[in-house]
Design a protein around this ligand. Structure first.
Ligand code: ZN
Length: 151
């Protein structure tokens, strides 16, 4: 009985290790932005083994969303300017995102200091693609962006 318990124990430890590396942590990404036009990361990636990815944006600053709002928006490199320009036209009430914009691959809410917003999206078709994450608050996307990849 003692031997069986030991084997079961080892198996459960192995499962815990595999589960942690493949499913849990790698598919959940965190990124921060404060009262400046910058994320704390310039690149983000997740393994292709993730069927979906969750990105959590935390605004670590103190300024309100209407003054220094941030979101985390994902698009193909070629669509960044178009999504930003149309977001500007959509305005603050729309969170600076055009409704039903198929170029937007994922987007969190627009948040202010002390707030957090998450988005979960499917990675289908993303592997190997050249993508950029950026903030659509007016004027931010020119400097507030980074590379995103599924590899
Ligand atoms: Zn911003």
């Amino acid at each position: 009985m003692k031997k069986l318990a030991l084997v079961l124990g080892l198996v459960s430890v192995l499962f815990a290790m595999v589960g942690r590396s493949v499913w849990a942590d790698d598919c959940s990404l965190s990124v921060e932005a404060g009262d400046t036009l910058a994320y704390n990361l310039t690149s983000m990636s997740a393994p292709a083994s993730c069927e979906s990815v969750t990105v959590t944006l935390t605004h670590t600053g103190k300024m309100a969303a209407n003054v220094m709002g941030h979101n985390w928006v994902l698009a193909k490199d070629a669509d960044v300017n178009g999504v930003s320009m149309d977001g500007l036209t959509a305005g603050a009430g729309a969170g600076y995102l055009k409704a039903d914009d198929s170029r937007i691959l994922a987007a969190t809410g627009l948040i202010g200091g002390g707030e957090t917003s998450s988005v979960t999206f499917s990675t289908a078709g993303m592997a190997g693609g050249a993508m950029t994450f950026f903030c659509t608050f007016p004027g931010h996307s020119y400097v507030m962006k980074g590379k995103f990849s599924i590899e």
